[in-house]
Design a binder for this molecule. Sequence first.
Ligand SMILES: O=C[C@H](O)COP(=O)(O)O
Length: 250
Amino acid sequence: MRTPIIAGNWKMFKTVSEAKTFFEEVKGKAEVAGVESVICAPFTNLPALVEAAKGTSIKIGAQNLHFEDEGAFTGEISGKMLQELGVDYVIIGHSERRAYFGETDEIVNKKVHAAFKYGITPIPCVGEKLEEREAGQTKEVVKVQTEAALQGLTAEQAAQVVIAYEPIWAIGTGKSSTAQDANEVIAYIRSLVDGLYGSETAGKIRIQYGGSVKPENVKEYMSENDIDGALVGGASLQPASYIALVEGAK
Ligand SMILES: O=C[C@H](O)COP(=O)(O)O
């Protein structure tokens, strides 16, 4: 039995004071038995959010990390630093990082390993561009990205990973993939995990859908067999909407 997981990805939104206000409003509400609730915030918000989340069931995540422990990498943050803060999750290889910051499958894999080194659960992101979908290449694209992200992990580690399937054309566009289409790709990703690690690991790994998920459509996705939750951008920014997403995942 896989626990559904709703992760809000705030992207580059919210100052520290805005994050604290948000948390006060969702505390006790975005906490639903049987659903894991995660907020992935900008680095600057993490200390305050980790502190605020103490004694709650809400987990805090980062949106990126560097794969080295430390070094001359101006502007970067390492897993070692995140571990000391007490961060539980980290998003890796979001399509925005791949598109705007040149992250490759190889870098994504190094970051996944770095997260495990510091006891942080990675949420690697995979997904096709519109032209790839139209050319019938969706499965080919997610196969390459998924296998690269998991490369070198043990079965035990792979079972802990949370994969986010986000078709790029559905991100922030209001054009969500149908629940059936998303489920088909997610079931395919699970079959890839089966091929790599066997059915026990494939049965344990959680795979989220992301792309224009809202309180109004979250239940449709959650009713599909292979979809274990959602990685949500825009609709995770308002407390009422975030609470409704977590409630809708039950
Ligand atoms: O990480 C979240 C995704 O990029 C989805 O963003 P969105 O919910 O605003 O479409």
